[in-house]
Design a protein around this ligand. Structure first.
Ligand SMILES: Nc1ncnc2c1ncn2[C@@H]1O[C@H](COP(=O)(O)OP(=O)(O)OP(=O)(O)O)[C@@H](O)[C@H]1O
Ligand SMILES: [Mg+2]
Length: 219
């Protein structure tokens, strides 16, 4: 059976069709938290099936647990993506995204199982190039043994929501880092673009207007 993968600035999600019309999702926060190995008992991490990496004395807790631990230990999380694409400011981005993708996507049922990966459209308000991001994410999924296909994020919304309208209309995906928009006619994209702003930008604006810490505003 085919799968879907969405690698977003805040969440990495995979979808798989189950029996009948049911679809099962696996979701992880696209984040990691660096901690000293002494702070955490390693056997506790293993028994709780927490996703982590260890190098020398440092542990990186990944995904949903990074977010939970950051609240408990009052430490800031690091995020591998920014404004919809792999962050150029975070050199550990790719290995972290790779592990989170591996966790949500799982192994292919058979070699060459199909996965459709949503990719952002070029932003109209920034010079960032989405190609490097898209090709990197595709290469990661390929390495796990999947046959990969890329799909425009706004078009994925059209496919998901506009089945009753001959896949004609406008698909909008408002994410944390970006807003993707696609106008489709009979399932064919006519116009597709993004704005390199989304929930993160809104949070920053609220934070600077009210003085409340960004972490407390973000959902
Ligand atoms: N209940 C809520 N009310 C308002 N905003 C919310 C709520 N839940 C989540 N958000 C916001 O939605 C955004 C996350 O959405 P989503 O998971 O779709 O983004 P993403 O796909 O990871 O990012 P992108 O597509 O931009 O790379 C965040 O900015 C988050 O703060
Ligand atoms: Mg998204």
């Amino acid at each position: 059976m085919a799968k879907g993968l969405d690698v977003g600035t805040m969440n990495i999600i995979s979808a798989e069709k189950g029996k009948g019309d049911s679809i099962s999702f696996a979701q992880q926060r696209n984040a990691f938290l660096e901690m000293e190995a002494g702070d955490l008992a390693q056997n506790m991490l293993d028994s709780a099936k927490i996703l982590y990496t260890q190098k020398d004395n440092m542990i990186n807790v990944l995904g949903e647990d990074a977010f939970k631990f950051s609240n408990v230990f009052n430490k800031s999380i690091r995020r591998p993506m920014k404004q919809g694409i792999i962050s150029p400011d975070e050199k550990e981005s790719i290995p972290m995204i790779k592990l989170i993708i591996e966790r949500v996507l799982g192994k292919p049922e058979k070699e060459g199982e199909i996965v459709y990966i949503s990719v952002p459209a070029s932003p109209v308000d920034s010079k960032v190039n989405v190609l490097y991001h898209s090709k990197t994410v595709e290469a990661l999924a390929k390495r796990f043994g999947y046959q990969t296909h890329l799909i425009d994020e706004g078009l994925a919304v059209v496919f998901s929501e506009l089945g009753d309208f001959n896949f004609t209309g406008i698909g909008i995906s408002v994410g944390a880092g970006m807003t993707n928009i696609t106008v489709a006619y009979l399932a064919t994209p006519v116009v597709s673009f993004s704005i390199a702003r989304g929930g993160d930008w809104m949070d920053e604006q609220v934070s600077s207007a009210t003085g409340v810490a960004n972490e407390r505003i973000t959902q």
